[in-house]
Design a protein around this ligand. Structure first.
Ligand code: ADP
Length: 492
């Protein structure tokens, strides 16, 4: 199949979160299954350090009566033959951040991504991209299925295309004041509660959900949750489309996240020497962070966006409760909400021998924390899939997670039964409050200290879990096949 993937970020070119990891990995996994895959992204400032070539092709988009011109640059996704096109329009994309600066969204985000959506549609014709499946991601590309349905599908280059939308997080919907409808170039009659409007605002995520031929989200549990109480208001819209809504768990880049070859960590290890390897990583991190060097003190890691979604406030409460009286080392890395950053800094100041906080974005440090920690804490209030718990499993680091979304699907709770049948890989808690998280952490610390055979068994089971992209890619292909158009679409 010919698959065109449109996204607002993909590693290594541009990343703010898991969306980028997925959009960088899935094209390669699909290509490995024998499909022709092309990726298209905006040419942000951060993409300019990658070697690219001009295609010499320019395009025009008309927005509110103004002609905006752009060009496409081209390169390949590293370590693959996957062609990548970067949509260049410096006024919109040559900026410091992808969507915001100093925590404030750019005021023209709607216009920027409407422009990008048209650029993708035009690329199909101008760059002659043979396309069976047009796979779009999140609100930034949510207009594309509507453009196909309402503008493009009658033309020969487009008539066979089927569209699929993947939702990576329902919390971000691309919701703009009603006037933004005129940026889309589509008739105002589509600004209604069944199509593009949501409570008097233009909603680009809803637009994608309504118009796409298929919808996926990034784990089976999240696919269920968003239809009932986790849909941020779009539950009914999603239930309406439940016949074409699927959940497919993300995989991880097993090349980058491999404790046997990881270039960021001081010692390599596998299931055979996991204890020695992790101890070397833990000792090095304790030294680097100025924590007491102690092999037996349990180390709990956290890496992620400092946001209410991630339950960071729960982690802060937990650490307050524990750090004064229990020998546990807490190592946290993240950035985001200034209030949470402040709370974490205060914790580190109060308990310098037990809490280390790095307010930063550092991939190297993320690798080092995940390798060194005994326990990885993920108290997310909701979690569409989550990647760091999958990395942790691979590194023999036991995840302690709130039982929601992808965390529920990928971490098997430690029970008598799951220990007996060797499927246990971590510890889950049901209620995202201080009691819930404390109960889970006590179970984890207790097992670490007093039941080392169960602990080692869980480490090894986790390390042997297959989280590669191959199986997820196979599931995407099955859905592509379901929606593939055998006969050209005709405008009704
Ligand atoms: P989300 O997409 O909601 O932020 P995910 O768990 O799906 O959460 O993906 C987050 C990705 O971003 C992971 O690859 C994680 O390692 C990375 N990440 C998040 N915060 C940081 C940070 N401060 N430093 C390094 N990597 C980070």
């Amino acid at each position: 199949m010919n698959i065109l993937i449109a996204a607002s970020e993909a590693v290594p070119f541009a990343k703010t979160g898991g969306l980028a990891d997925v959009c960088g990995a899935i094209p390669k996994a699909l290509a490995n299954l024998g499909h022709d895959v092309t990726l298209i992204l905006p040419a942000y400032r951060c993409t300019k350090k990658f070697p690219t070539e001009p295609t010499g092709i320019t395009f025009s988009v008309w927005i509110q009566g103004r002609e905006l011109k752009g060009t496409y640059r081209q390169c390949r996704l590293p370590d693959s033959h996957v062609p990548v096109y970067l949509v260049e329009h410096d006024l919109f994309f040559d900026r410091e951040g992808l969507y915001n600066q100093n925590n404030e969204d750019y005021g023209d985000n709607c216009e920027r991504f409407v422009f990008f959506c048209y650029a993708v549609m035009e690329a199909i014709r101008l760059l002659d991209l043979k396309t069976d499946i047009l796979h779009v991601n999140d609100w930034q590309t949510g207009l594309i299925p509507a453009l196909w349905t309402l503008r493009y599908r009658d033309y020969a280059e487009y008539e066979r295309i089927a569209t699929m939308m993947t939702i990576h997080n329902m919390a971000y919907q691309g919701s703009f004041p009603a006037e933004a409808m005129s940026l889309t170039g589509l008739h105002w009659k589509y600004f209604n509660w069944l199509q593009m409007e949501f409570y008097d605002r233009l909603n680009l995520l809803k637009t994608g959900i309504v118009f796409a031929d298929a919808i996926t989200t990034v784990s089976p549990s999240y696919a269920r949750e968003i239809q009932y109480n986790g849909g941020f208001g779009l539950e009914g819209v999603l239930r309406n489309r439940s016949d074409v809504l699927w959940g497919i768990a993300n995989g991880i880049d097993t090349g980058e996240w491999n404790p046997q070859t990881d270039v960021h960590i001081p010692a390599h290890y596998s299931v055979e020497n996991v204890h020695e390897g992790k101890l070397a990583c833990k000792t090095a991190l304790q030294q680097a962070l100025g924590l007491p060097v102690h092999p037996d003190v349990p180390m709990v890691g956290f890496v992620g966006r400092l946001h209410e979604q991630k339950g960071v406030d729960l982690a802060v409460e937990l650490i307050h409760r524990k750090a004064g009286n229990e020998e546990i080392q807490w190592v946290l890395l993240g950035s985001g909400d200034p209030n949470l950053e402040y709370s974490l800094r205060m914790l580190a100041a109060q308990y310098p021998h037990r809490v280390s906080v790095s307010i930063a974005y550092s991939n190297t440090m993320a690798h080092q924390i995940i390798a060194a920690s005994d326990i990885f804490l993920m108290p997310s209030r909701f979690e569409p899939c989550g990647l760091t718990q999958l990395y942790s499993l691979r590194y023999g680091t036991i995840p302690v997670v709130h039982a929601t979304g992808g965390l529920l699907d990928t971490v098997t709770d430690m029970t008598e039964e799951t220990l007996l049948n060797h499927s246990a890989t971590g510890i889950r808690f049901e209620t995202p409050n201080l009691e819930g998280i404390t109960w889970a952490m006590d179970r984890a610390i207790g097992t670490y200290r007093y039941n080392s055979s169960a602990w080692t068994q869980m480490m090894k089971t986790g390390m042997q879990t297959d989280s590669s992209w191959e199986q997820s890619a196979q599931k995407y292909v099955e859905i592509y096949q379901k929606i593939q158009r055998k006969v050209p679409a005709k405008l009704s």
